[in-house]
Write a protein that binds this ligand. Structure first.
Ligand code: GAP
Length: 514
């Protein structure tokens, strides 16, 4: 991570805490690693993101319904899904620093350094050749770049071999061969690599017995798969149809860092779309496009998104892609779209002994549907929005402001109601206006400090509109509405305030663009 980007992440973390978005969990006891609490503004933004997703997926699709499954599930669920046997991270310890790392992440970080070297060569050459620079030709002929590329391919191939065969010695040998040192101790004194399961286990009831071990779900998807028939039958659903769910998931992440990007307790928004076998790739493409559009409509910047198509597919998938977002620490996975074949339903059929099939009246036969999954982390989406929204601006008079340019429909508050002074009947008039707005919008009343400072406070939490009540309001029943990003002020009759706010902050405006 470049120094500036690291600084930006630090600033976002500090800002999120100072303005009631995110606090370290149980902070009075010095916090708990990779666990966070959402504060008074954070919870509003999170609720709004959840609403945007839910309405886009469930309300706008006649053939998608939602559920809310329990976090605890029968332990066989996780045997069937493969999580008991294969939801592992390969870990390695440095004997000097006693720090633990994911072996594959150490190797990926090494690859990222080689990629950075390539980017530097390209930038240098672009500067040297100016307008005549042909990047494609340069990267395919420059010896140094080709050398780096060859090394990257070599590491990728070795990693693929190690992870697919489960031969962890290959990973360790590669770490030694590439002379990768511990970032803390600087030494290359590594232990063997071993597998570590990411599921949190706990006990059901009071008897500490193997049979009573249950897991906190590591993904919400399995709650959907095990309810496939319940929903299909009770909702009389025909293929293709989808089941959506938002809920908590838990993973004992070893390398839990980068704020709310990788947490141990987080929230997922997942949708499983059940289709006729053979039609899955058409729907896979459709969902890739639909989900990309959902992101684009927020206006966080087209340049901040890209697709990463998976080349090394999990054994049960026949296509998979990530929507990556440019976080302060670089492009990283924000959402996954996966074509998962009939892997999960077939596995649950086998382990439960219950048929999980759809009777197709046109073909007069039953079969296990194929599944397209869209899966996005709610907390990661929150971080994407905060990262894109955070701006430090110098204003025309030379003063500074920090503003969160959060999409207005998702902002924690839609408006603040501000009497210019705390006397002359202005607070009473402001309260009256508040009372008329509070049923439709999340509005805050603030009369403390000079008006400029109050504007700054609202900018810092991303409130798109400030409604100011002044002496003229008492004469002609008009107020000023100040817009957060342009800071432009407009005089508006009180009777029109509601419609003006609705026009700019209603979620419907986003949904209509999908
Ligand atoms: N059901 C598929 C599934 O769980 P995944 O790629 O492991 O796939 C999906 O997770 C999404 O969940 C990711 O794209 C990411 O946004 C979010 N996610 C995964 N692990 C996370 C973590 N430890 N902290 C925060 N978000 C996480």
């Amino acid at each position: 991570m470049a120094k500036d980007d690291n600084n930006l992440l630090k600033k976002i973390i500090a800002h999120a805490k100072e303005y009631g978005f995110i606090f370290p969990s149980s902070e009075i006891y010095d916090g708990l690693a990779a666990t966070y609490d959402y504060g008074q503004n954070g919870v509003e933004l999170k609720n709004n993101i959840r609403q945007y997703w839910w309405k886009a997926m469930v309300q706008l699709h006649e053939n998608i319904v939602g559920i809310d499954a329990a976090i605890f599930m029968h332990p066989t669920t996780w045997k069937a899904s493969g999580h008991v046997d294969a939801f592992n991270d390969p870990l390695i310890d440095n004997k000097d620093s006693k720090k633990r790392y994911r072996a594959d992440v150490l190797l990926e970080d090494h690859i990222a350094k080689l990629e950075e070297k390539i980017a530097k060569e390209v930038a240098k050459a672009a500067k040297r050749f100016g307008d005549d620079f042909d990047e494609e030709q340069f990267v395919s002929t420059n010896q140094r770049v080709l050398g780096y590329r060859e090394k990257i391919d070599y590491i990728h191939n070795k990693m693929k071999e190690a992870l697919s065969t489960g031969n962890l010695q290959v990973l360790r040998d590669l770490i030694i061969e590439l002379e990768i040192a511990c970032p803390v101790s600087g030494s290359r004194n590594w232990t063997d690599v071993r597998q570590f399961n990411l599921m949190f286990a706990t006990e059901l009831g009071s008897v500490a017995d193997e049979a009573n071990i249950i897991y906190l779900r590591p993904e919400t998807a399995q709650g959907i798969f095990v309810n496939f028939l319940n929903v299909q039958k009770t909702g009389r659903m025909k293929l293709p149809f989808g089941i959506a769910q938002v809920g908590k998931a838990f993973r004992n992440e070893i390398v839990a860092r980068q704020f709310i990007f990788r947490m141990r307790e987080f929230e997922q928004m997942e949708m499983q779309y059940f289709v006729k076998p053979g039609e899955e790739l058409q729907f896979y493409e459709e969902w890739k496009a639909k989900r990309y559009r959902w992101h684009q409509v927020l206006g966080l910047g087209e340049e901040n998104y890209r697709f990463h198509d998976h080349i090394n597919l999990a054994h049960y998938a026949n296509a998979a892609a990530d929507i990556e977002f440019k976080f302060p620490m670089g492009f990283k996975e924000l959402e996954g779209i996966h074509s998962r074949t009939d892997f999960d339903l077939a596995a649950h059929e086998k382990y439960s002994g219950k048929k999980l099939q759809f009777f197709d009246p046109q073909e007069n036969r039953s079969y296990i549907p194929y599944v397209i999954e869209t899966s996005i982390g709610l907390d990661r989406m929150f971080l994407a929005i905060l990262s894109a929204a955070y701006r430090e601006e110098t204003l025309p008079g030379g003063s500074q402001r920090v503003v969160l340019r959060i999409p207005p429909a998702l902002a924690p508050l839609q408006a603040a109601v501000l009497p210019l002074v705390k006397k002359d009947g202005l607070p009473e008039k402001a309260r009256q206006i508040m009372a008329g707005l509070k049923y439709d919008f999340n509005v805050q009343y603030d009369e403390k400090d000079a008006i400029g400072r109050r504007y700054r406070r609202q900018d810092a939490i991303g409130t798109p509109y400030c409604i100011t009540i002044d002496h003229q309001t008492l004469e002609d029943d008009t107020v000023t509405i100040r817009e957060r990003d342009s800071m432009a002020q407009q005089r508006v009759p009180v009777a029109e305030v509601r419609a003006t706010l609705a026009r700019h902050t209603d979620l419907t405006g986003l949904l209509r663009q999908l």
